[in-house]
Ligand binder design. Structure first.
Ligand code: CMP
Length: 142
């Protein structure tokens, strides 16, 4: 099963992309596709469409377009739930010790990493960044 992670602009800017990717690999995730992206405002707005009515939406779009981010299609058993466990709570202050956000995130908004929150979202979010043909070629499966 595949899920989508994004190592966000704060973490890429801080030079933490490699450490975070190593953390994910050590937790059993295999990288099936990776792309360094500088999101346009339209892309960030579309990706976070579900949050459009939230007070933090504009600021989130500004943050997510502030620099390069690393989009990853990750594979392992029970990938969606397992990745959410490994990254920890949205707010690093609430995240469990040893999670990616506890270790590397700055704030509730600039929280180092995104992970899909359900199987349906994962399918949509993986497709947002990676065409299916490319994933098949790399040996990924849905
Ligand atoms: P993510 O897992 O990418 O999903 C939505 C993002 O919105 C979240 O991580 C944070 O970056 C941001 N976010 C969620 N809640 C808040 C909040 N209360 N204030 C600011 N940013 C938030």
């Amino acid at each position: 099963m595949l899920t989508l992670a994004i190592i966000k602009p704060d973490a890429v800017r801080a030079g933490l992309a490699g450490k975070i990717l190593a953390h994910l690999e050590a937790a059993g995730f295999a990288v099936r596709a990776a792309r360094l992206v500088k999101l346009s405002p339209a892309q960030a707005e579309a990706f976070y469409e579900v949050h459009r009515a939230r007070p933090f939406y504009r600021s989130l779009v500004t943050f997510m377009t502030s620099g390069p981010a690393l989009a990853l299609a990750l594979q392992r058993a029970d990938a969606v739930a397992q990745l959410r466990k490994v990254i920890g709570a949205t707010d690093p202050a609430d995240a469990e010790p040893g999670t990616v956000r506890k270790l590397y995130a700055e704030s509730k908004e600039q929280n180092a990493i995104h992970a899909s929150d359900s199987a349906e979202t994962a399918a949509r979010e993986v497709a947002f960044f990676f065409p299916e043909a490319e994933l098949r070629e790399l040996g990924g499966s849905r």
